[in-house]
Design a protein around this ligand. Structure first.
Ligand code: NAD
Ligand code: UDP
Length: 375
């Protein structure tokens, strides 16, 4: 029995330019083992093949593992996602430039043979072979994304172009981690996916908001123009272990201050609202969205509709941490949205997904995690 050459494992194979031997091999073996639909269709047409076809890694193995790329995989959400996918048995390639992420976040995963970590900036093209891409690379907290706003926009826009280009070459499915920030300071409440948003295009948050909006545009244009298989998730405020302790986001700031006994810094009068989703719930939603049939492209809101004011949150965190911190009031940042609450009707209906972890329980886990960073 002939063996398929090892060096082709995981690479593109151009049948039009392939050697006669390889063509024979591919006609013998590929239809048996390949699930790649392009090839199946083309093979049925008597091998009138002119385009590249993909040879999945480990094709000879009985069980086909999915090869999944997670960009921004060493960050808060990315590291939890990588953990879930590795545990499920997929081959996970995590890429990150470590701007806000950390190797520590994925250190435990490095012991698994089905996990790989690569330093890479999504603003540069990437040549790897995968079946699915979760595009999470982008700083998410206001102080981080405003630190180098030009780089933030580049990460969203050039990063999306590079990852969409990769997905197009591979025929891979690609999911974009979009954000509730695309709704800006919303005039519709709660926010439904058909709301176009209210974003200041020239303010300090615009590098993130408009970058993410442009990324969504690119995803939908690749879908319309190139029939790419896309999924767009609009993620609302998410929290949990592995958030950066100094990222300036409200939950990490309040918990760190409460644990240290420092004043809790409420911006404005604290009447602005957010709706906080625990990380485990969110990751479940992302994976469910990726697993849906091709026609389901989103955008789809993922978040916890349990809305709370920033002042109420401060009180709850002080109580949960058993802290004596006092609340102090500071000016509200420019363009800080006044209210935010996801309408998750679509997620419930199409993904059969809704958050299950209460704020009380999620905060307890998160506070325990942050105790190690107190000093
Ligand atoms: P995070 O900052 O912890 O993670 C982002 C990761 O991307 C980091 O590891 C960072 O080093 C990496 N990164 C940044 N620029 C990069 C680049 N140019 N190339 C490669 N890697 C790069 O933030 P997070 O909270 O985990 O957010 C992950 C994604 O989810 C982001 O795209 C964010 O916009 C989106 N999101 C998060 C939330 C939230 O509440 N956490 C809400 C809405 C959307
Ligand atoms: N916020 C606050 N004190 C802080 C950090 C944030 O009052 O120390 C407020 C902030 O002004 C905003 C809300 O908490 O109204 C959520 O801020 P965060 O940066 O976490 O998320 P985003 O504004 O991006 O939703």
């Amino acid at each position: 029995m002939l063996n398929f050459p090892n060096y082709l494992d995981g690479y593109f194979f151009d049948l039009a330019n392939a050697s006669a031997e390889s063509k024979v091999l591919s006609t013998c073996y590929i239809p048996c083992v390949m699930l790649h639909k392009t090839l199946q269709v083309q093979h049925a047409k008597q091998l009138k093949i002119t385009t590249s076809v993909r040879i999945p890694a480990g094709w000879a193995m009985k069980r086909m593992r999915k090869r999944i790329l997670v960009t921004g995989g060493a960050g808060f959400l990315g590291s939890h996602l990588c953990g879930r996918l590795v545990a499920r048995g997929d081959d996970v390639l995590c890429i990150d430039n470590f701007f806000t992420g950390a190797k520590d976040n994925v250190a435990k995963l490095l012991a698994h043979s089905n996990f790989e970590l690569m330093r890479h900036d999504v603003c540069m093209p990437l040549y790897v072979e995968v079946d699915e891409i979760y595009n999470l690379a982008c700083p998410a907290s206001p102080i981080h994304y405003q630190y180098d706003p030009v780089q933030t926009t580049k990460t969203s826009v050039h990063g999306a172009i590079n990852m969409l280009g990769l997905a197009k070459r591979l025929g891979a499915k690609i999911l974009q981690a979009s954000t509730s920030e695309i709704y800006g300071d919303p005039t519709v409440h709660p926010q439904t996916e058909d709301y176009w948003g209210h974003v200041n295009p020239i303010g300090p948050r615009a590098c993130y908001d408009e970058g993410k909006r442009c990324a969504e545009t690119l995803f939908f244009d690749y879908y319309r123009q190139h029939r790419l298989s896309i999924k767009v998730a609009r993620i609302f405020n998410t929290y949990g272990p592995r958030m950066h302790p100094n990222d300036g986001r409200v939950i990490s700031n309040f918990i760190m201050a409460a644990l240290r006994g420092d004043p809790i810094t409420v911006y404005g009068d604290g009447k602005q609202t957010r709706s906080f989703c625990y990380v485990e719930d969110l990751i479940e939603g992302l994976i469910r969205l990726m697993e849906t049939e091709e026609s389901l492209i989103g955008p789809i809101n993922l978040g916890n509709p349990n809305e709370i004011t920033v002042s109420e949150l401060a009180i709850q965190i002080i109580a949960s941490a058993g802290s004596r911190s006092k609340i102090t009031y500071h000016p509200r940042p420019i363009d800080d949205p006044m209210q935010r609450q996801p309408d998750i009707t679509q997620a419930k209906k199409l993904l059969e997904w809704y958050p299950t972890i209460t704020l009380e329980k999620g905060l307890a886990h998160t506070i325990e995690y942050f105790r190690d960073f107190k000093e």
